[in-house]
Structures are given as structure tokens and as C-alpha cells.
Ligand binder design. Structure first.
Ligand code: ADP
Ligand code: MG
Length: 218
């Protein structure tokens, strides 16, 4: 489903991703472990086509992501990818339910369907009853779970999760990892979980480590 070959990314003179290669099949969830500042978020950004690469290839179902126009890349992200951003990126003036429903709104779905799906996902991440809450009323862990519900509401084919358990206590972390894994396993999606937590990584099918020499399978 996703194949990276020799992906290199530099910021200024500094090489952040060095000849990174990896492959992920449908139904597979992989973890990318690495120290803070090593390039994990950058890896997800280049996969999503949000950052250009200096060299190498990133193919999604055989399509070279870098070769897509901006519109086509936006369309691909909207229809196929689900993101959990490290900084949540929730819209402050929308309720939890509206934030979760946003990907479906962008796809032009009916309000009743959006509402039903958003509420179901909020329930799945343990936030049933908090639908009307505004982001400012939610704790860090709750915001994290809203962000995860939003990433999964459109049943994405590829789930890109950036430190999704970074703000959660162990019980909530376990719950969120189960929800992410459930999406991958039930819908045959592929998932990349970026984390510095060994415990989170053990819930994945395969593990990689990103360091200054590049990415290696563990
Ligand atoms: N847009 C950018 N411009 C310049 N440097 C960046 C940019 N994004 C990330 N970096 C740098 O690249 C390195 C890796 O960052 P990042 O991918 O966020 O690491 P991680 O997610 O593993 O903590 C850091 O040194 C960071 O400062
Ligand atoms: Mg990061």
C-alpha cells in the first residue's frame, strides 16, 4: 500500500531523513520509534505530501505522491489518509463532535450521517457524553482522543499517528491504541504509529527505529 525508497530530507544543510525505505501492507500497523527531534514528524509529513523530499520515492498504491498536483494531493489526503497530529490541530470554535465530523463535512456527507459517525467515534475513544464540549473545556488527554476520533471518522486507508499517546495516562493510552489498531484490522487499513514509547510500539505488528543513520527494522 505504501512504499518508501531511499527517501532523503534535509532542512538547511542538515539531513533529517537519510535514505529511508519502508513498506506497509494493508491491514498492517507499524511503529516508528525514535528520540525527540530525530525526524519522526518529518517522516509523516513527507508521507502525507505536506513536505517535499530531496530525493527518493514515496508511492501510495503505486502512485508517486510527489508527482501529484497540490489539488490531487489534498484530495488524496482527504479521501484516504487519517492524521493524528502531535499538536492536535482541533478548531477552537467547534465542539468536540463538530471537530470529529469535519473530515466528513469536507467530503460533502449529509449532516445526519456526520452526526451519527462523529458520535460513534467519540464513544469509541471513551468520550461519549462530551460531544458538546469545546476544546478549551477538555483536558490534554481528552483533546488527544478527539483528535484520534477525527482521524478515524472517515475510515481512512492509511492512518498516520504522531505520538498519539503522548498526553495520555496508561489506561487511556491502551484504549486509544486499541481504537487505532481496530481501525487497521477491521478495515484493512495501514497504520504508522510514531512514538518514543516502547510500550505503545509493542502493540504494532512491526517496529522500526529512526536515528541519524536512517530507519532500520527492529
Ligand atoms: N519545517 C522545518 N524547517 C526546518 N527545520 C525543521 C522543520 N521541521 C522540522 N525541522 C527540524 O528537523 C528535526 C526533526 O524534527 P521532527 O521531525 O519534528 O522530530 P521528531 O518528531 O522526531 O521530534 C528537528 O531538528 C527540527 O527542528
Ligand atoms: Mg514529532
Amino acid at each position: 500500500m505504501l512504499r518508501l525508497s531511499g527517501v532523503t530530507k534535509r532542512f538547511g544543510g542538515r539531513t533529517v531523513l537519510k535514505a529511508v525505505s519502508m513498506e506497509i501492507a494493508p491491514g498492517e500497523q507499524v511503529a516508528v520509534l525514535g528520540e525527540s527531534g530525530i525526524g519522526k514528524s518529518t517522516l509523516l509529513n513527507v508521507i502525507a505530501g505536506l513536505e517535499p523530499v530531496d530525493s527518493g520515492s514515496i508511492a501510495y498504491n503505486g502512485f508517486e505522491i510527489a508527482a501529484l498536483s497540490d489539488d490531487a494531493a489534498t484530495q488524496l489526503r482527504r479521501e484516504h489518509f487519517g492524521f493524528v497530529f502531535q499538536a492536535f490541530h482541533l478548531l477552537p470554535y467547534l465542539t468536540a463532535e463538530q471537530n470529529v465530523g469535519l473530515p466528513l463535512l469536507l467530503r460533502g456527507r449529509e449532516p445526519a450521517e456526520i452526526r451519527r459517525c462523529a458520535r460513534a467515534l467519540l464513544g469509541a475513544v471513551g468520550l461519549g457524553g462530551r460531544e458538546a464540549a469545546m476544546p478549551r473545556e477538555l483536558s490534554g488527554g481528552e483533546l488527544q482522543r478527539v483528535a484520534i476520533a477525527r482521524a478515524l471518522v472517515g475510515e481512512p486507508r492509511l492512518v498516520l499517528a504522531d505520538e498519539p499517546t503522548g498526553n495520555l495516562d496508561p489506561d487511556n493510552a491502551r484504549q486509544v491504541l486499541e481504537v487505532l489498531r481496530g481501525q487497521v484490522k477491521q478495515h484493512g487499513a495501514a497504520g504508522i504509529l510514531v512514538t518514543h514509547s516502547e510500550a505503545a510500539a509493542t502493540t504494532c505488528d512491526r517496529r522500526y527505529r529512526l536515528d541519524a543513520d536512517g530507519l532500520r527494522a527492529l
